[in-house]
Design a protein. Structure first.
Length: 518
């Protein structure tokens, strides 16, 4: 178990478990005090419920259920050992054989009843405390403690006594004991309530100091909010970047991504980055062509995108953004209004599919009568959209090849044949039937309106990302130079990923050696 356990939580767990084991043994004794007939378990059983109130109030419902499980397992262990001991032979001078055998031959029935009753009672008790705590926050603890005890002890007693003593005690007497147990245990809780309140306050104070230490650790920059830019196939570098960040001991608590950044970020947030990377590495020219989905080509896009969607669905599943362990948002653009769309809830695959819809390449993705295209059109580096928390640091990963010697343009995409999706220009030039396409390319890549417009498109996106980095400065800004790889190299996942890993690792090491906080 990698997570450190609080000493106070462990101490209460020991007392809780001891109370459960002792109570189940003491339940074999029927006690009559005046007109009151109860079981010996009344002496210590309420202690377990009081600890349950404290643990649920301070640590939460799940922490209490862990103690219940441990208590039941330890109780079973004690009974098992007791029965083994009872079965072993004793010397003639031993006079306690009959009493010992009575307790541990009767205890299995009581233990079985206790397993069922205490599980039900503890669940009800803790659930009432948890629900009321979420509603009331820190208010009305006394009411929560008393009401949860009445409900929990009631459920426990009405399950336990019939299972443990039916046939041993007359029915009316059994009912009398049940009601009396509920009343006495509740009175017990009320009497010690002032002590319980002080214990809760003290434990919260002590644990609050531990949380302050944890927050101090956060302020050292170990937790980061990660921003991943668009970039087509260049986005494979984000996979290597994440690996380098994690190797430095940085914990990613939230991600904001656009286009390919949204895809890689979504895979990570869903815990599917390894599966996704494995698939991406398997993409070759043949598989890339099969994903082109040209059978759904329309006037609004060369590719339908259905095949890509199905691949994402197979890898990610039908998970929702609000259920992810890592906070996540994806950026898309409403093509009809020009507005930026930030996806913070809904199906993850829908958010990713909307964000990666490159205009003219993929058909716009329709969600509730809104048509969405690539988020890079409005926010290619969404530093201003990532979820923040106190003490974290923002790390922004950009993939701007205009900062290198390589031109990022649509004509480059055409020249290289879409990374294998289409025949390259050199192949077309040698073709007897399609040479006219190569000549058309030569005209298109010269000084013409089409070339100027496409280049302006990419330049505008990259300038907007640089502006975002200036207006909303991240704590760490890294631009990865892909050294010749471009948006269309979808069959080069491993090489691009390695470049991302090496450059981010180098940047983080440089900052560490220069004593800049990570």
């Amino acid at each position: 178990m990698s997570k450190q356990v609080s000493f106070l939580y462990m101490l209460m767990g020991v007392v809780f478990t001891t109370s459960i084991v002792a109570a189940n043994i003491l339940e074999t004794k029927i006690v009559e005090v005046g007109i009151l007939t109860v079981t010996g378990g009344l002496l210590c059983f309420p202690i377990a419920y009081i600890i349950g109130d404290v643990v649920t109030e301070v640590y939460g419902y799940k922490a209490m259920m862990r103690l219940v499980t441990i208590g039941i397992v330890m109780n079973l262990f004690v009974v098992l050992l007791g029965n083994v001991a009872a079965a072993l032979p004793s010397p003639d001078y031993w006079e306690g054989e009959e009493g010992f055998n009575f307790i541990f031959s009767f205890a299995p029935r009581i233990t079985m009843a206790s397993f069922v009753a205490f599980g039900v009672g503890s669940y009800v008790n803790s659930k009432v405390m948890d629900v009321m705590h979420k509603k009331d926050k820190e208010r009305r603890f006394c009411l929560r403690a008393i009401l949860s005890t009445i409900v929990g002890e009631g459920a426990d007693s009405f399950v336990f006594f019939p299972l443990a003593f039916l046939g041993q005690i007359p029915v009316l007497e059994l009912l009398h004991i049940i009601l009396l147990q509920i009343v006495l245990k509740t009175v017990y809780e009320i009497i010690v309530l002032p002590i319980t309140i002080r214990v809760v306050a003290w434990v919260k104070c002590q644990e609050g100091q531990e949380r302050d230490k944890a927050e101090a650790t956060k302020e050292q920059g170990n937790r980061i909010a990660l921003v991943l830019a668009d970039g087509g196939a260049k986005g494979y570098a984000h996979i290597g970047a994440i690996k380098a960040l994690e190797e430095q001991g940085l914990e990613i608590h939230s991600i904001a991504g656009t286009s390919m950044g949204a895809l890689v970020g979504g895979l990570y947030a869903a815990g599917k980055l390894d599966e996704g990377y494995k698939y991406l590495k398997s993409i070759n020219k043949r598989k890339l062509f099969s994903l082109s989905d040209i059978r759904h080509m329309g006037l609004d896009g060369l590719m339908g995108g259905e095949d890509v969607y199905e691949v994402l669905k197979d890898i990610i599943g039908d998970v929702r953004i609000e259920d992810l362990k890592v906070k996540y948002c994806a950026i898309a653009t409403d093509i009809d209004t020009g507005e930026e769309k930030v996806f913070r809830k809904g199906r993850l695959i829908d958010a990713i599919r909307a964000s990666i819809s490159i205009p003219g390449v993929f058909r716009p993705y329709n969600i509730k009568n809104h048509r969405y295209v690539d988020g890079a059109m409005t926010n290619g580096l969404p530093i201003n959209r990532v979820n923040r928390e106190e003490g974290d640091r923002v790390v922004a990963i950009n993939l701007d090849t205009y900062e290198s010697s390589v031109t990022n343009s649509f004509t480059q995409l055409v020249k290289h044949g879409g990374g294998g999706l289409l025949p390259s220009i050199d192949v077309l030039r040698k073709s007897r039937h399609f040479g006219f396409l190569a000549r058309a390319y030569d005209v298109m890549t010269g000084e013409n309106v089409f070339n100027i417009i496409t280049n302006s498109f990419f330049i505008s996106i990259n300038q907007n990302k640089r502006l975002m980095a200036e207006l909303t400065k991240p704590d760490i800004y890294i631009n990865i130079d892909l050294k010749g790889y471009d948006t269309h190299n979808f069959n080069s996942a491993e090489a691009i990923c390695n470049l991302g890993y090496e450059q981010v690792k180098q940047k983080l090491n440089e900052d560490k050696h220069s004593q800049k906080p990570l």
